[in-house]
Design a protein around this ligand. Structure first.
Ligand code: NAD
Length: 295
C-alpha cells in the first residue's frame, strides 16, 4: 500500500467539533438551539439503526432531536399532515424522512412536501435545481462529504479530470454537479458506459458509487489518482461472518492511487457529520443569521 489513506473518521470528528462550536454560538445569538426532526415509517431494521444514530449525533452536537414514528401501514395523508406540522414548527430547522417508505406512500410527493428550507437531505426538486444553477440550498450529505475530503487533500480542484461512477439522485448526480461547480472536467459513468476502465485511467479524481464490491480495479487507475469509495457492500468473510467492503478493490488500488478512502472509515462517517452541518446551516437561515464561514 503506497497510497495515503484518507481518514474519514478524523475528518468527520473535526467537522462535528466545528458544528458543536457553531451550535453554541447559534444559541447565544438566537436564544434557542437548532432542531432536527427525523421521521421513520415502519419497523425496517436498518432504518431503525440509521434513525437512532442520527438522533444520537443530533444530541451530541447540542441540537434538539425530534423523533416521529409512524406504523408501517400509515397512510400518505397522515405522513403529509405530519410534514405540514413540522414545516410550520419554528423549533424544527431540518426535516428528515427516512427512506425507503412503505409502498402505499409516494416518496416523491412526500419529499416535495418538505419545505425546501428545511430539506437538509437536499433531495427535493427545488434543492436539486438550486445546486444545478449554483444558488445556495441544501446538498445531499454523502457527496458534500466527499467534496470536503477531496478539497482537504487536493485544495483547489480547478481543471482536474474527475470520473463519477454511478448516477443516482442521492450520490452520483449531485457529486457530478459539485465537482463541476469546482471547475473539474467531469465524466459521469453508469451501467451503460462503454470502456469504463479507459475512462477511469484518465482521471485525477475517481468517485465510485456503484454498489458492487471491488468493482473498480487497481489497473484501471492513473498513478497518483485520488479515489473516493462511496460503496458499502456486505460480503462473506468465512465461518459465517460478513464484512463491509467498498466499490474499489482496496489493496490493488492502494498500490496505484495517491490517496484512497477506506471502507469502513472513509466516506461513511462523513455523511452524518455533514447532516449535522446542514441542520446548523438551516437553523442560521431560518433565523436570518449569516452562516458561519468554515462549516
Ligand atoms: P444506486 O443503486 O442508486 O446507483 C448505482 C449506480 O451505479 C447507478 O447509477 C448505475 O448506473 C451504476 N452502475 C451499476 N452497474 C454499473 C456498471 N457495471 N458500471 C458502471 N456503473 C454502474 O446506488 P447509490 O444509492 O448511488 O449508492 C451507491 C453505493 O454507495 C451503494 O453501495 C450504497 O450503499 C453506497 N452509499 C453509501 C453512502 C455512505 O454514506 N457512505 C451513502 C449512500 C450510498
Amino acid at each position: 500500500m503506497t497510497a495515503e489513506i484518507i481518514d474519514g473518521k478524523a475528518h468527520a470528528a473535526a467537522l462535528r467539533e466545528r458544528v458543536a462550536a457553531g451550535v453554541a454560538a447559534f444559541r447565544e445569538q438566537a436564544g434557542r438551539v437548532p432542531g432536527l426532526a427525523v421521521v421513520l415509517v415502519g419497523e425496517d431494521a436498518a432504518s431503525q439503526v440509521y434513525v437512532r444514530s442520527k438522533g444520537v449525533a443530533t444530541e451530541g452536537a447540542g441540537m434538539t432531536s425530534f423523533s416521529h414514528r409512524l406504523p408501517a401501514d400509515a397512510s400518505e395523508e397522515v405522513l403529509l399532515a405530519l410534514v405540514a406540522r413540522l414545516n410550520a414548527d419554528p423549533a424544527v430547522d431540518g426535516i428528515l424522512i427516512q427512506l425507503p417508505l412503505p409502498p402505499q406512500i409516494n416518496e416523491a410527493r412526500v419529499i416535495a412536501a418538505i419545505s425546501p428550507d428545511k430539506d437538509v437531505d437536499g433531495f427535493s426538486a427545488i434543492n436539486v435545481g438550486r445546486l444545478a444553477i449554483g444558488e445556495p440550498g441544501f446538498v445531499p450529505c454523502t457527496p458534500l462529504g466527499c467534496v470536503m475530503l477531496l478539497e482537504d487533500r487536493l485544495g483547489d480542484l480547478s481543471g482536474l479530470d474527475a470520473v463519477v461512477i454511478g448516477r443516482s439522485n442521492i450520490v452520483g448526480k449531485p457529486m457530478a454537479m459539485l465537482l463541476l461547480q469546482r471547475n473539474c472536467t467531469v465524466t459521469v459513468a453508469h451501467s451503460r458506459t462503454r470502456n469504463l476502465s479507459a475512462i477511469v485511467r484518465g482521471a485525477d479524481i475517481v468517485v465510485a458509487a456503484v454498489g458492487r464490491a471491488g468493482f473498480v480495479r487497481g489497473d484501471w487507475l492513473k498513478s497518483g489518482a485520488t479515489v473516493i469509495d462511496v460503496g458499502i457492500n456486505r460480503v462473506a468473510a468465512g465461518e459465517g461472518r460478513t464484512r463491509l467492503v467498498g466499490d474499489v478493490a482496496f489493496e490493488e488500488a492502494g498500490q496505484v492511487a495517491g490517496a484512497i478512502t477506506p471502507v469502513p472509515g472513509g466516506v461513511g462517517p462523513m455523511t452524518i457529520a455533514v447532516l449535522m452541518r446542514n441542520a446548523l446551516v438551516a437553523a442560521h437561515r431560518n433565523a436570518s443569521l449569516p452562516v458561519p464561514a468554515g462549516l
